[in-house]
Design a protein around this ligand. Structure first.
Ligand code: NAP
Ligand code: MG
Length: 478
C-alpha cells in the first residue's frame, strides 16, 4: 500500500503513523495511507514558512504570477486524473469532480493576474507638500485549514491568493481527503516555488489543526469547516490578536414563489438540495414553497428526487454519489429518522441503498410537513436531505428564509422582476440567487455569508486581498 507524507521545506517527509484514505463508493478500495503528522512536523512546517517569507514577499509580482499560472496550467493538463482521484476519495461524481478541478485551475489563473493588479492609493495630505500613499503588504505565514467537501477547490481558493500577494502557507487539509491536497502540493512543487513557501501537513484536526491555529509562528489563519471548530480557531486568533477568516455552515433557503416557472424551480431545487450529495455549505436544505404552487411543485420535486440515480461516483450515469463516510451517513440517517418519528411529517426517499459495491449510499430525502423549528429544518444536515416548508404568502416566505442563525446564501424562483429585486434586498445572506440553484458560484467574485455562516473578510475575487494583505499608510515630504 502506497504511503504519502507531508511536504515541508521543499521535502517530502515520512511519519510515525498513517491513516487509510477510503473510497466512500467502495469501502474495500483504499486510495493510500496518508501521514498523520505530529506537532514536531507542524513546527518544522511553520518554521520553513517563516524562513521563506522574507525572500518570497520580496519577489516581483510578475514572478509570482508566472508560478501561479504554471500551477493553473498543470492542473488543467491533468484534469482527468485529478478528477478521478477526487471522486474516488470524496464521492462526488466524476462530472462534479471535473468541475471542481477546473475551478481550482481557474482560481490559480485568476490570482496569477491579481498578483499584478495589487493597487494602492495616493492622496494629498492635509499638510501642504506632503503626500500620503496607502500600500498593501502580505501578512506573513498563513495557516490554512480546509474541510473535506471540496478537496481541491477550497485549498486553491485560500492558497492561491495567499501566495499571489507574497505570503507563505502551511496547509492542513481534512483528514478524510488528503489525496487531492497531496496532488496539489506535487503540482506546486513541480511549478518551481522555492522551498518553504508552500507546506502541506496532513493529519488529524484535533492534533495538528488545533496546534496550527494556536501556533505562535503564524500571522493569520483562514478556516472553512464546522461552526464548533471555527469558534475555537477564532478564540485562538483573538488571544493572539491575529486575523481570522472563517467560512462555516449554512441552512440555505430556496423560495419557490407562486409565479415561478415550475421547471426552473424544480431544477434549481434538485441541483441545490442534492447534487454533490447535498454536501455543500451552499446546499438548499430548506425549500420554502408558497401555498398556491405548493402541491404542484412538491409533486414534481419529489418525483425528480426519487428518480435520481444514486451510485458509485465513478460509474457512468451516476447522478448522486455516496455520503462521504459512515459517521456522516449515521448523522444524515438520524435526522431522517427524527423526522419520521414526528407526527405530521412525511419522508419520501431517505433509504440506505445496497448496491454492487459496499458504499455509503443514501437515496435523497424530501421531508414535508415538518415544522420550521424541527432539527432537520433548523440545523445543517450536510447530506442529501431537503425540508419542504409551506409559506402562506410571499412575506411569510421571506420571513422563513431569514429565520435562521445562518446567512450564507438564499435563492428565489420567480418570474416577477419586482419580487426578485425585493428578495435581493431583504435576504439577510452574503449571496442571493434568482432562478438559479443556491449552490454554484463564480470564482472571481466575493464568496461568503453573514450571521453564523462567516466571520472576517470575504473570500475569492479581488476582495480576497482584504484578508490576505494588510495596509500601510506612508507619508512623504520630498
Ligand atoms: P470540520 O470538522 O470543522 O473540519 C474542518 C477542518 O478543521 C478539517 O481539516 C479538520 O480536520 C479540522 N479540525 C478539526 N478539529 C479541529 C480543531 N480542534 N482545531 C483545528 N482544526 C480542526 O468540518 P468538516 O466536517 O470537514 O466540513 C463540514 C463543514 O464545513 C460543514 O459545517 C460545512 O458547512 C462547512 N463548509 C463551509 C463552507 C463555506 O464556505 N462556508 C464550505 C465548505 C464546507 P479533520 O479532518 O482531521 O477533522
Ligand atoms: Mg470532520
Amino acid at each position: 500500500m502506497a504511503e504519502f507524507g507531508s511536504f515541508i521545506a521543499g521535502e517530502w517527509t515520512t511519519a510515525a503513523e498513517y491513516r487509510e484514505n477510503i473510497n466512500p463508493s467502495d469501502r474495500s478500495d483504499v486510495i493510500g495511507r496518508f501521514a498523520l503528522a505530529g506537532p514536531a512536523d507542524l513546527d518544522r512546517a511553520v518554521e520553513a514558512a517563516r524562513g521563506a517569507f522574507a525572500t518570497w514577499s520580496g519577489t516581483s509580482p510578475a514572478h509570482r504570477a508566472d508560478l501561479l499560472e504554471r500551477v493553473a496550467s498543470r492542473i488543467l493538463a491533468d484534469v482527468e486524473a485529478l478528477a478521478e482521484l477526487l471522486a474516488r476519495e470524496e464521492g462526488k461524481t466524476r462530472a462534479e469532480a471535473r468541475g471542481e478541478v477546473i475551478r481550482a485551475a481557474h482560481i490559480f489563473r485568476f490570482f496569477a493576474g491579481e498578483a499584478l493588479r495589487l493597487t494602492g492609493e495616493q492622496q494629498a495630505s492635509v499638510r501642504p507638500g506632503v503626500t500620503v500613499t496607502v500600500h498593501r503588504e502580505p501578512l506573513g505565514v498563513i495557516g490554512v485549514i480546509t474541510p473535506w467537501n471540496f478537496p481541491i477547490a477550497i485549498p486553491a481558493w485560500k492558497c492561491a491568493p495567499a501566495l499571489a500577494y507574497g505570503n507563505t502557507v502551511v496547509l492542513k487539509p481534512a483528514a478524510l481527503v488528503p489525496a487531492s491536497a497531496h496532488a496539489l502540493a506535487r503540482i506546486i512543487e513541480d511549478s518551481g516555488f522555492p522551498p518553504g513557501v508552500f507546506n502541506l501537513v496532513t493529519g488529524s484536526g484535533s492534533v495538528i489543526g488545533g496546534a496550527l491555529a494556536a501556533h505562535e509562528g503564524i500571522d493569520a489563519i483562514t478556516f472553512t469547516g464546522s461552526e464548533e471548530v471555527g469558534i475555537g480557531i477564532a478564540r485562538e486568533g483573538a488571544a493572539a490578536l491575529r486575523p481570522v477568516q472563517l467560512e462555516l455552515g449554512g441552512k440555505n433557503a430556496l423560495i419557490v414563489a407562486d409565479d415561478a416557472d415550475l421547471d426552473i424551480a424544480v431544477s434549481c431545487a434538485i441541483d441545490g438540495a442534492f447534487f454533490a450529495t447535498g454536501q455543500r455549505c451552499t446546499a438548499s436544505s430548506r425549500i420554502i414553497v408558497m401555498e398556491a404552487i405548493h402541491d404542484r411543485f412538491t409533486a414534481a420535486f419529489r418525483e425528480r428526487a426519487l428518480a435520481l440515480r444514486v451510485g458509485h461516483a465513478l460509474q457512468e450515469g451516476t447522478e448522486i454519489g455516496p455520503v462521504v463516510d459512515e459517521a456522516q451517513l449515521r448523522s444524515d440517517v438520524a435526522y431522517i429518522e427524527g423526522a419520521k418519528d414526528t407526527p405530521g411529517a412525511v419522508v419520501h426517499g431517505g433509504e440506505l441503498l445496497e448496491l454492487s459495491t459496499r458504499g455509503n449510499f443514501l437515496r435523497p430525502a424530501v421531508v414535508e410537513g415538518l415544522d420550521a423549528t424541527a432539527p432537520l429544518n433548523r440545523e445543517e444536515v450536510f447530506g442529501p436531505v431537503a425540508g419542504v416548508l409551506r409559506a402562506d404568502d410571499y412575506d411569510h416566505a421571506v420571513h422563513l428564509a431569514n429565520d435562521t442563525p445562518y446567512g450564507l446564501v438564499a435563492g428565489i424562483c420567480t418570474t416577477s422582476l419586482a419580487r426578485a429585486a425585493d428578495f435581493q434586498r431583504r435576504s439577510d445572506t452574503g449571496m442571493v440567487m434568482v432562478n438559479l440553484p443556491t449552490a454554484g458560484v463564480d470564482p472571481h467574485v466575493p464568496f461568503g455569508g453573514r450571521k453564523r455562516s462567516s466571520h472576517g473578510p470575504k473570500e475569492q475575487g479581488t476582495h480576497a486581498r482584504e484578508f490576505f494583505t494588510q495596509l500601510k499608510t506612508a507619508y512623504v515630504r520630498p
